[in-house]
Design a protein around this ligand. Structure first.
Ligand code: GDP
Length: 444
């Protein structure tokens, strides 16, 4: 997502480097490039127009900071404007004063609603809530079953229609679902409603009937970010037909141009609240306009990276590893453990792509082979405990034995051992407070 936009904007900013001040012509040329980049990314025309007008005005205007050079200033302005059209601040869910909080999902079929319902439930559960999923999508043949499967994976109870429980009537199922939550003390109810392939009146009426029956605290409109310009029209139709409080963008992991994400909040006046970027239940988070903007500008997304890392890293284990490092006792076992931790953080490429200035290495990152970790694991596991604890003892004949055991070549083993010593050295330096070899921020 946003790869082309990101690349084009970087090119545009690059052209400004080294300029002492921006002439009117520079500003015009830059604005024209940004305009093309946004249009090419499928951002809605009215949004582009406002955006460009604002950037031009501010670039020309009084905002001359002594601290920033002209190129930096333009990046800063574009960043702030991007944050603005993405909705400004992160908007969070409002919970009802008297539980259960009722959250209703609406959107087209295939938008990722059912998947999202389970993701949201898991996310809420992780925050100490006790959600109940209600399967009120009775249109799509497999939707109820799919929600049950996903609910089970998330460890969240699913309320599904049963005989006498409103089979065939999504309004009754929704109402019953909320009653069930009250009875069984679930504090959040998430209602998955039916979608159609396109917008139709019947669909809107059904969603409006459910809304009237359960008076949700939050209605979330779920939209597939890959449908491009259509997303804005669909968003508008649902706003008119059902109304909603916030938007959830799904499939942000896709390679679509991402313009939908940039247009919806501005066009509908409703904030994007959550973003979903993958098929795994954990590929889901609050939507942060500032982080999204900095990702588009390839300033990296350190905050997301850090949060993600904190979520998956075992703090205790990390502390242990750090202590070992300082005592110079870091072993191959620790090395392997660290590798596995990194993998737990999700796709390495995804994570690395969030680092500032990594945009230029995107091709290399995409070619990174995560099976490498499996190979490393096989080699380390072919070592004896003594060898792992004291890698210095791994001599030529041991290397040959290890290679054979792991089904790799001696050169592979050599490479791994070398890498381990290098990593240990670097980590020791870091533990002492230095930060060797960290790439500087993009030279702007
Ligand atoms: P619904 O008809 O709106 O309930 O949509 P589903 O939840 O069944 O999703 C439709 C398809 O999109 C399924 O194949 C999902 O696995 C997939 N999907 C949902 N969310 C995402 C996402 O964030 N990224 C990707 N890549 N696929 C998704």
């Amino acid at each position: 997502m946003f790869t082309t936009l990101s690349d084009r904007l970087s090119e545009t900013f690059k052209a400004l480097r080294g300029k002492g001040r921006l002439s009117e012509a520079d500003i015009d040329a830059t604005a024209r490039e940004i305009r093309l980049a946004l249009l090419e990314a499928d951002v809605a025309l009215p949004v582009v127009k406002d955006f460009i007008a604002a950037v031009k005005e501010r670039a020309r205007g009084e905002e001359v900071s002594q601290a920033l050079n002209p190129a930096q200033q333009v990046v800063k302005i574009v960043n702030e404007e991007l944050v603005g059209i993405l909705g400004g601040e992160t908007r969070r869910l409002t919970f009802a004063k008297t539980p259960p909080t009722v959250i209703m999902l609406a959107g087209l079929q295939g938008s990722g609603k059912t998947t999202l319902a389970a993701k949201l439930a898991l996310w809420l559960k992780d925050q100490g809530k006790s959600p109940l999923l209600v399967a009120a999508d009775l249109q799509r043949p497999n939707a109820v079953n799919q929600l049950q499967v996903n609910g089970e994976r998330a460890g969240v109870t699913v309320f599904a229609p049963q005989p006498g429980n409103g089979v065939g009537d999504p309004v009754a199922v929704s109402r019953e679902g909320v009653a069930e939550a009250r009875r069984t003390l679930h504090d959040v109810v998430i209602i998955d409603t039916a979608g159609r392939l396109g917008i139709d009146e019947e669909l809107m009426r059904q969603a409006a009937d459910i809304r009237d029956a359960v008076t949700p605290d939050e209605i979330l409109f779920v939209v597939d970010a890959m449908i491009g310009q259509d997303a804005v029209n669909t968003a508008q139709a649902f706003l008119d037909g059902v109304g909603y409080d916030g938007v959830v963008l799904t499939k942000l992991d896709g390679d679509a141009r991402g313009g939908a994400a940039l247009s919806i909040a501005k066009m509908t006046g409703k904030p994007v609240m959550f973003a979903s970027a993958g098929e795994k239940l954990t590929d889901f988070d609050l939507f942060h306009p500032d982080r999204m903007a900095s990702r588009i500008l390839d300033m990296g997304d350190l905050l997301t990276l850090i949060e993600q890392a904190e979520k998956t890293f075992d703090a205790e284990q990390a502390a242990k590893a750090a202590a070992k490092l300082q005592e110079g006792e870091f072993t191959l076992d620790d090395f392997l453990e660290q590798m596995q931790q990194v993998r737990k953080m999700g796709s390495l490429t995804k994570m690395l792509g969030m680092l500032p200035g990594m945009g230029q290495f995107r091709d290399q990152l995409e070619n990174f082979d995560e099976r490498e970790i499996d190979r490393i694991q096989a080699i380390i596991q072919s070592m004896t405990p003594a060898e792992r604890a004291n890698p210095k003892m791994i001599d030529g004949s041991r290397r040959a034995r290890i290679a054979k055991g792991a089904g790799r070549t001696v050169a592979d083993v050599n490479q791994l051992v070398d890498r381990f010593f290098e990593a240990r050295k670097m980590m020791q330096q870091m533990a002492r407070g230095g930060m060797p070899g960290l790439p500087g921020s993009p030279g702007m």
